[in-house]
Design a protein around this ligand. Structure first.
Ligand SMILES: Nc1ncnc2c1ncn2[C@@H]1O[C@H](COP(=O)(O)OP(=O)(O)O)[C@@H](O)[C@H]1O
Ligand SMILES: [Mg+2]
Length: 332
C-alpha cells in the first residue's frame, strides 16, 4: 500500500441545474474537500442534498458548472485513473435474469480484463462478497442484501483503489446493513479509499473515519467521527431533583453544569473522580443518586446543529422526515 495521499480533492465544485418551473438550483454548491487515501469518508445529507450529483461529477458523468476537482491525483478523463475507481450506483439494475457469475463476467469485460485475469478477478470478488457458492444463482432470486453484495462485487472487479458507494445500505434490513458494513470495513482494511454516500447516521458512527455534511448542496461541516462521537472525559450524574440553593451552591463548586428538568437534576462533572466529592453533598440534600453516565456527544445532535446553522431542518433518517420530491423516496 502506498503512503498517504489525497485521493479526491475538490475546489469549489459546483453543479447548477435549471429548475422545471424556471430558475436554477445549486445541487452542489462550491464544495471544497479532500479525501485521503485509505479512509472511509461518509458524505451525509438529507434526500436531495446533492450527494449523488457529487458522485456523478467525480465520475465525469456530468460536467461541473464551475469549480474543479482532482481524482487519484489526476483527471477523470484519463483511462488509467478511471481503471482505479469502483462505483456502486444508487439504483442499480443488475440484469435480473443473469447469474451472478455472468454479471461479473460482463463487468470484467467492460474493464478490459481478459482470459485468466478475468477469471481470477471474478473468483476474488465472489470470495470477498461471500457469493462464491451462489455464483450460478440468478440475480432476481437473491435477497436485496445479496443483490447489494453483487453490486459491491461488481464495483470491485477491477481491484480499484477508490470506491464510490451511493447509499449502499438503503433498503436493507438491519442484518443486511450490518453485513454490508462489515464488508466495507474489510475493504478499508485492504487499503481501499471509500467515499460513502449515506443518509444513515449509524453508518457514520460504525464505519466512517471522517464525515462531511451536505445541506442544500453546501458542505456545512467536515469532521473526524472520533472527535464527534468519542466519549468525553466527564460524566453526567442523574439524581432526584435538588432545588434549594443551600444544597446547590456547594454542588456548583464541584460541577461544571447543573440542570434540573423532567423531575431530575443532572449534574455534569468534568472528571469521573469528582463523583466521590459529590456523594456527601447529595446526602445533605437528601437526593438519591440515580445513575452516572459517561458524557457523549450524540452524532444526531451534531448533525442537527450543523444543518440548522444554515437555517434548514435536518431530515435524515428520522421517522416522518420530509421528502423533497427528488425521486429518491427512501427515508430510513
Ligand atoms: N439531472 C437533474 N436535473 C435537475 N435537477 C436535478 C438533477 N439531478 C438532481 N437534481 C436535483 O438536485 C438536487 C440534489 O439531488 P441529488 O444529488 O440526487 O441529491 P441526494 O443524492 O443527496 O439525494 C435535488 O434537488 C435534485 O432534485
Ligand atoms: Mg442520492
Amino acid at each position: 500500500m502506498a503512503g498517504m495521499s489525497v485521493h479526491i480533492r475538490t475546489d469549489r465544485l459546483t453543479k447548477i441545474y435549471p429548475k422545471p418551473g424556471g430558475g436554477t438550483l445549486a445541487a452542489v454548491d462550491e464544495v471544497s474537500m479532500e479525501i485521503n487515501s485509505g479512509e472511509v469518508f461518509a458524505y451525509v445529507g438529507p434526500n436531495g442534498a446533492g450527494k449523488t450529483t457529487t458522485i456523478k461529477l467525480l465520475l465525469g458523468l456530468t460536467k461541473p458548472t464551475s469549480g474543479t476537482f482532482e481524482i487519484l491525483g489526476g483527471d477523470i478523463s484519463e483511462r488509467e485513473i478511471r481503471q482505479r475507481i469502483g462505483f456502486l450506483p444508487e439504483d442499480h439494475n443488475y440484469f435480473a435474469y443473469l447469474t451472478i457469475e455472468t454479471v461479473l463476467d460482463f463487468y470484467g469485460r467492460l474493464f478490459g480484463l481478459i482470459g485468466r485475469d478475468r477469471k481470477k478477478s471474478i473468483e476474488k470478488v465472489l470470495d470477498l462478497a461471500g457469493l462464491a457458492d451462489r455464483r450460478k444463482t440468478k440475480v432476481k432470486h437473491l435477497s436485496k442484501g445479496l443483490q447489494q453484495r453483487v453490486g459491491l462485487a461488481q464495483s470491485l472487479i477491477n481491484d480499484p483503489d477508490l470506491l464510490l458507494l451511493d447509499e449502499p445500505a438503503s433498503g436493507l434490513d438491519p442484518l443486511g446493513q450490518a453485513d454490508l458494513r462489515k464488508l466495507i470495513l474489510s475493504l478499508k482494511e485492504m487499503g481501499k479509499t471509500i467515499f460513502l454516500n449515506t443518509h444513515d447516521l449509524s453508518d457514520v458512527e460504525k464505519i466512517a473515519d471522517r464525515v462531511g455534511i451536505l445541506d442544500n448542496g453546501e458542505l456545512v461541516a467536515v469532521n473526524r467521527v472520533a472527535d464527534i462521537c468519542g466519549a468525553k472525559e466527564g460524566v453526567i450524574v442523574k439524581t432526584e431533583p435538588i432545588r434549594d440553593d443551600e444544597y446547590l451552591d456547594p454542588i456548583r463548586v464541584v460541577a461544571s453544569k447543573i440542570d434540573t428538568r423532567d423531575g431530575f437534576t443532572f449534574i455534569e462533572l468534568d472528571d469521573e473522580g469528582k463523583v466521590v466529592q459529590l456523594i456527601p453533598l447529595l446526602k445533605k440534600a437528601q437526593s438519591k443518586l440515580i445513575s452516572v453516565e459517561q458524557q457523549r456527544v450524540h452524532l444526531e445532535d451534531y448533525f442537527k446543529g450543523a444543518v440548522r446553522s444554515k437555517g434548514d431542518s435536518w431530515v435524515g433518517p428520522l421517522p416522518g422526515s420530509e421528502n423533497d420530491g427528488s425521486g429518491g423516496g427512501v427515508t430510513g
